[in-house]
Design a protein around this ligand. Structure first.
Ligand SMILES: [Zn+2]
Length: 293
């Protein structure tokens, strides 16, 4: 992450300089195709804008535009009223700049090319993950307090906007994958996720794509990548020498049980029990061999 500080000193929000203790993070996207950090700086560094965020992210840099502990003007007001909105309850807000080339119909993107924009998206997504990891660490914010504008609306603390869920799913990402990626980064590694299947599951070439096999109930699958497709999270894994995807989350679907690191002891114990059983069977084989001789 290339963090550049360029405060919007002429913006009324910067001048108001109300202070807060950061408690959460709200992720936005601009809904303005093609305008990048520089463009936003020029457009918003003046009075009368009545909007302001703490940062903008494009593929080149993260531009910090407000001190992190200044109350921002980014969430609007939701059903819980002004005093409970994200701005007034300690949410840092940042905007991800969108690439050029698409349009909008209401809150929905039109003519958006996933293929053409993949590398731009990868760059801003990972810079945003890094920014959130940095802020979580700096202000001791839990990753479940990272929400997007549309989630804020559902929670009653933001106006009715669709960002960022009008965009992330086009690249098989969601706020769930985003929070998980921030968490992984904070843990200092890309963590292996493990799931024990609760039923026989299809093994597919891509999320929801061509079937290349089936994985039996009880099998443990592992991998580091989760991709979303229509509300289902698919784990990228290897099975029978083939690489593919298996649906594992959300929990409510009951496809699989995630095995957390803390449960390693359970698996280790299971391994020891199986090893003992194997030794026992080998001994029996030797006995039978001796009789048959
Ligand atoms: Zn927004």
């Amino acid at each position: 992450m290339n963090l550049v500080r360029r405060f919007l000193t002429e913006n009324d929000c910067y001048k108001a300089n109300a202070k807060m203790k950061p408690q959460g993070i709200m992720v936005h996207s601009t809904a303005t195709p093609g305008v990048k950090n520089d463009g936003w700086f020029k457009a918003w560094n003046k009075s009368g804008i009545s909007k302001c965020v703490h940062a903008f992210v494009d593929s080149e840099s993260v531009m910090q535009t407000l001190p992190w502990d200044t109350v921002g003007w980014h969430s609007g007001v939701g059903s819980k009223g002004k005093s409970q909105n994200a701005n007034n309850t300690g949410f840092i807000g940042f905007e991800i700049c969108e690439p050029a080339g698409h349009g909008y119909s209401g809150g929905t993107m039109t003519n958006y090319s996933t293929e053409k924009n993949q590398s731009y998206f990868d760059a801003v997504y990972s810079a945003s993950v890094e920014l959130c990891a940095y802020l979580c660490k700096e202000f001791n914010i839990s990753t479940d307090k990272i929400i997007c504008h549309s989630e804020g609306h559902s929670l009653g603390i933001a106006s009715n906007h669709s960002d960022v869920m009008q965009w992330f799913p086009k690249h098989n990402k969601s706020m769930d994958t985003f929070r998980a990626d921030v968490k992984n980064l904070l843990n200092g590694e890309v963590k292996m996720r493990r799931f024990k299947l609760k039923e026989e599951m299809n093994f597919r070439k891509t999320p929801n794509g061509e079937k290349i096999g089936a994985i039996p109930e009880g099998a443990v699958v592992s991998g580091t990548v989760l991709e979303e497709n229509r509300g289902i999270l698919w784990l990228k894994t290897t099975y029978n020498g083939k690489e593919g995807f298996v649906a594992v989350l959300p929990e409510s679907k009951n496809y699989a049980q995630e095995i957390f690191e803390a449960d390693d002891s359970v698996l280790k114990q299971e391994l020891e029990e199986y090893k003992a059983k194997c030794a026992e069977l080998e001994e029996k084989i030797e006995q039978i061999k001796a009789i048959l001789k």
